[in-house]
Design a protein around this ligand. Structure first.
Ligand SMILES: [Zn+2]
Ligand SMILES: [Zn+2]
Length: 326
C-alpha cells in the first residue's frame, strides 16, 4: 500500500514530512508535486483507519477496547491501570461491580434461553488489571488465556480486590478508584467470575458470556477439555451473544439465540448509538478473525460444528468424547 502521508490520522510531528505538505482546496494534505515521494501506510482491517507504520512502535496510544489509534484531534481517557479508552467506547463503559449486575442478569437470561441455566449463584466482580492478574496466579489449574486477559472464571477460594464505586473522571484521567477486598468462598466448583472494568457494555457482555460458559462447563462436570475445544466453545457463546445483541438492534433485549430472533420487547436503555452497533460488528469480527490456536482456530472449528449440529448436540458430543463431532 502506498499513499500520500497526508491521510495519517495522527498527521503531526511523528510524520516527518508533515512540514513539506501543502493544503489543497480539497481540504486534504498532499505532497507537493516536486517531491516525488510515496509513503507506506497501514490500514486497520476493520476500522480502515490509516496511519504511518511508525505509529505502531512510537508509543501512539490505542484504545484498549476498539484498538483504534488516538487521532491527533482527540484525547483518550487514561484508566488508572494504564489502559487508554477512546471517548466513544467510554460512552457505554461498565465501570463497577454494581453497574454490571443488570448485564449479568441479561447474560443469565441468555443462557436460560438456550436451556443452559446456571443454577448456582456465582458472584460477578469487576476488577482492575492487576487484581485480575493476581487472581489468575492464585488459580491452581491454569486455564489458557489471551496475552491480555480480560475475564476469568475462578474455582479457588481467594480474596479479590473488587471495584466498589464508579471512579471519578478528572480531565482525561480516571481518579479515586474505590476498591474493596472480597473474600470468595467455595459453594460450588466455581467461586467467581471476574471481568476487567472500563470496557463497553457489548465487550463486557461478550467476555461475560465467554466466562459463563467456562462456569457452565465446570458446573456440568465437563473436565479436562483441550484448550482449543474449551476456549473455542466459550468463544462460540460469546459470539452468539454478540450476534443476538446485534439482531436485537436498537433496543438492548435478550433474544434467546441468534436464529430465534428477538422475542423480548423490553426496552432498557432506549436506542443504541450507531457507534455501538459498529462496535458490536467489530467484536464479532475480532472473534472470527482471531489468529490464536485456542481462541481463533478453536472458535472457527466450534462454530462450524454448532452451525451443523446445533449447540445441544455439539455439547453432548463434547461431554461424551471430549472432541468435536465431525
Ligand atoms: Zn475505543
Ligand atoms: Zn476462556
Amino acid at each position: 500500500h502506498y499513499l500520500f502521508l497526508s491521510v495519517c490520522i495522527r498527521r503531526f510531528s511523528f510524520c516527518i514530512l508533515y512540514g513539506n505538505l501543502c493544503k489543497k482546496k480539497s481540504n486534504k494534505y498532499q505532497i507537493p508535486t516536486h517531491m516525488n515521494v510515496l509513503i507506506k501506510y497501514r490500514t486497520h482491517p476493520f476500522w480502515l483507519q490509516k496511519y504511518c507504520p511508525s505509529h505502531e512502535v512510537d508509543g501512539t496510544p490505542r484504545c484498549c477496547s476498539c484498538e483504534r489509534m488516538e487521532p491527533r484531534e482527540s484525547r483518550y481517557v487514561l484508566l488508572d491501570d494504564g489502559r487508554k479508552l477512546c471517548l466513544e467506547c467510554l460512552d457505554s463503559a461498565v465501570m463497577d461491580t454494581n453497574e454490571c449486575q443488570p448485564l449479568y442478569l441479561e447474560i443469565q437470561e441468555f443462557y436460560e434461553g438456550l436451556n443452559m441455566k446456571v443454577e448456582q449463584q456465582v458472584p460477578l466482580l469487576l476488577v482492575e488489571r492487576q487484581a485480575l492478574n493476581e487472581a489468575m496466579e492464585g488459580e491452581k489449574t491454569g486455564h489458557h488465556h489471551l496475552p491480555e486477559t480480560r475475564g476469568l472464571c475462578l474455582s479457588e477460594e481467594q480474596t479479590v480486590s473488587t471495584i466498589l464505586r464508579r471512579p471519578r473522571m478528572t480531565g482525561n484521567k480516571i481518579m479515586e478508584m474505590i476498591t474493596e477486598p472480597y473474600r470468595l468462598t467455595r459453594r460450588c466448583e466455581v467461586t467467581a467470575i471476574l471481568i476487567l472494568y472500563g470496557l463497553p457494555r457489548l465487550l463486557t457482555g461478550s467476555i461475560l458470556a465467554h466466562e459463563m460458559m467456562h462456569a457452565w462447563l465446570q458446573l456440568k462436570g465437563y473436565r479436562t477439555l483441550t484448550p482449543d475445544i474449551e476456549e473455542g466453545i466459550c468463544q462460540v457463546l460469546a459470539h452468539l451473544w454478540i450476534e443476538s445483541e446485534i439482531m436485537a438492534g436498537s433496543g438492548s433485549n435478550t433474544a434467546s439465540t441468534s436464529s430465534s430472533s428477538s422475542s423480548s420487547t423490553s426496552s432498557k436503555k432506549g436506542g443504541r448509538s450507531q457507534f455501538e452497533r459498529k462496535l458490536g460488528d467489530f467484536f464479532k469480527h475480532q472473534t472470527e478473525s482471531d489468529t490464536s490456536v485456542a481462541y481463533g482456530d478453536g472458535f472457527r472449528a466450534g462454530n462450524r460444528v454448532v452451525q451443523q449440529y446445533g449447540l445441544k448436540r455439539t455439547l453432548e458430543h463434547i461431554r461424551l468424547t471430549r472432541t468435536l463431532p465431525f
